[in-house]
Design a protein around this ligand. Structure first.
Ligand code: ATP
Ligand code: MG
Length: 571
């Protein structure tokens, strides 16, 4: 039984309740980590649906990563609002673009560039820019940045004066590469992620028919993590709204960690002037963490522009954040494994623990140390559900001819297609690869059963494609390994942040004040994921590079009194 409107409101504090009740008109929630922003908007949507103010199909909940969209969907489902669409900006734009392309532009929508890196490398070759792989990556970031900022080449060149250019390049050369890249893409009739947003924006702005269709479909917008909105996403949101202002955004300027990709908290902070009749709500109580964790987070951010002090709501105290200094990366990984084993021995489950790091490559050492210690783990964003071969095959079959008929029932047709991909109605015995495969396909079957009545095969397949993998993966009691970036919005009882050394956090390529501030926010995101305990580790020596590291400047925010279980280096 879904919660009643009264029950929905009863689960919120006074300020959150204001958010939930303000179902029409512009609302912005500005609040720090763990203050219940996501809780407020999911309850608000459910309340709007439960009271009949919203028809579920008129609501669009937006966020920035597939994982976050999946998270919103499952929270909404639990609150009885499972029919509301929760999507990334990208998925919402993509769906509109492929739907309207044949009518407005003609033919099928172009394909998405499969390997952007390769096209960038080709473009660099074309213009005689001979650079190494890291520089190519930086060039790709410039290409993306210009597009999400919606700058012309000339405007980019002017703006580049204030930017750190990729090594061995000049703004003029970067523009040459950008032109070549766009040309290559056009020749192949391909679009990249930014094109999808830009093309959708162009379509809604220039085609009245598209605009009116989209605006009739979606009337109420809710955006989580609004501090991450880029100029093109912001403009797209405005285009979707048309002249209306039924939009609710929530965010925390202290968690802006995608400025390198064009995100900016200025839209969150400027919401009041953009929507003068809007309500601004501030939440201060942190419901997630112990007072010790909250204090560390406050100390870290004190004096930073736009930072909001958190007030711990939980009175039950926990351990002070611990800092463990290690000899080298291998030792650090072992220390983490030992730490987790102790935490589990003290009563936690593996799934209660997460290990967060700055760059993906740091996972390898952790994976092997955890593996050797017999600790189950899963790497967030590892093998994605839709990268699994059996799932790819099933989706391929669903798109094939055999299933174009629209007469009989969705589940029966999905059942037939899944059988082509190796699924049977009964689960195979035991565990292992065969069982894993069955479970992956069963997840698709479950989705078909849950789809609203009248869903066509085509809609179902499209929806499948943009749903997050992790969301459907069988639950596993395992430690989560994740980058700091991908941990945003999530929480665990016990969190370890590794690599708190100069060069890793802040990362060596963060040189300007702005870049270092962004690294600080990243550390803030990491610390505030913890409900009960947070441990920070660092090592003096990398595994390959020579030269000693220094502890991260951000450690100054933590009370570094040494811990009971001192690591070898500290003895
Ligand atoms: P982040 O900035 O990290 O995204 P957030 O502001 O979105 O955090 P939530 O994830 O919504 O915060 O909430 C943090 C935790 O606090 C969750 O476990 C949530 O269930 C709990 N919580 C939030 N509000 C309340 C409340 N009024 N009563 C009890 N628990 C709450
Ligand atoms: Mg949140």
């Amino acid at each position: 039984r879904p919660p009643s409107p009264d029950e929905l409101l009863a689960a919120l504090d006074t300020e959150q309740r204001t958010v939930a009740r303000t179902l029409l008109g512009p609302v912005a929630v500005l609040a720090g980590a763990g203050t219940g922003k996501t809780r407020a908007i999911t309850h608000r949507i459910a309340y709007g649906v439960a009271t009949g103010t919203y028809s579920p199909s008129h609501v669009l909940a937006l966020t920035f990563t597939t994982r976050a969209a999946g998270e919103l969907r499952s929270r909404l489902r639990a609150l009885g609002a499972g029919a509301v669409q929760a999507r990334t900006f990208h998925a919402a734009a993509m769906a509109q673009l492929s739907y309207f392309w044949p009518d407005t532009i003609g033919g099928h929508a172009p394909r998405i560039v499969e390997s952007k890196g390769r096209v960038i490398a080709h473009a660099a070759d074309t213009v005689g820019l001979h650079v190494d792989t890291p520089v190519l990556r930086d060039l790709a970031a410039e290409v993306e940045w210009r597009k999400v900022q919606m700058l012309s080449y000339d405007e980019y060149e002017a703006a580049a004066a204030d930017r750190v250019m990729p090594r061995d390049t000049t703004p003029r050369r970067v523009v040459d590469l950008m032109r070549a890249y766009e040309q290559l893409k056009d020749d192949r009739r391909q679009l990249d992620f930014e094109d999808v947003l830009l093309a959708t924006l162009g379509m809604v702005e220039s085609e009245p028919r598209v605009a009116s269709y989209v605006r009739q479909q979606y009337r109420f917008f809710v955006v989580d993590e609004y501090q991450d909105v880029s100029p093109v996403q912001h403009d797209l949101l405005r285009a979707w709204l048309g002249g209306r202002d039924d939009v609710c955004v929530v965010g925390d300027a202290s968690q802006t960690i995608y400025s390198f990709a064009g995100a900016s908290s200025r839209y969150l902070l400027g919401f009041g002037s953009e929507f003068p009749r809007g309500s601004i709500v501030r939440l201060e109580r942190n419901y997630r963490s112990t007072p010790e964790v909250v204090q560390a987070a406050n100390t870290l951010m004190r004096g930073q522009p736009g930072a909001l002090d958190l007030v711990a709501q939980t009175t039950e105290s926990g351990p002070a954040p611990g800092v463990l200094a290690c000899v080298h990366d291998g030792d650090e990984a072992q220390t983490v494994a030992r730490r987790i084993a102790e935490t589990v021995a003290a009563g936690a489950s593996f799934g209660d623990c997460a290990v967060l790091y700055r760059v993906g490559a740091q996972a390898a050492a952790l994976e092997s140390a955890l593996g050797r210690a017999g600790i189950p783990y899963r790497v967030q964003g590892g093998t994605r559900f839709f990268d699994r071969p059996e799932v790819k095959l099933a989706v391929h079959h669903m798109r094939g001819e055999a299933v174009r008929r629209t007469d009989d029932e969705l589940t029966r047709r999905v059942g037939l297609v899944l059988q082509l991909s190796g699924w049977t109605p009964t689960a195979p015995e035991g565990s292992g690869a065969v069982r894993d495969q069955w479970e992956a396909l069963q997840a698709i079957m479950t989705l078909a059963e849950e789809a609203p009545a009248g869903t066509t095969m085509q809609q179902f397949t499209q929806d499948l494609v943009d749903r997050a993998a992790t969301h459907h993966e069988p639950e596993l009691d395992a430690v989560t390994l994740a980058t700091l970036h991908s941990s945003k919005g999530l929480e665990w009882p016990h969190v370890v942040v590794v690599g708190a050394a100069e060069g890793l956090l802040p990362i060596s390529h963060a040189t300007t004040d702005d870049e270092v501030e962004e690294e600080r926010r990243l550390f803030y995101v990491g610390l505030t994921r913890a409900r009960r305990s947070v441990t920070v580790t660092w090592s003096r020596q990398g595994s390959t590079r020579a030269g000693a590291r220094a502890p991260s400047r951000f450690l100054a925010a933590l009370d570094t009194r040494s811990e009971g279980a001192a690591p070898p280096a500290a003895r």
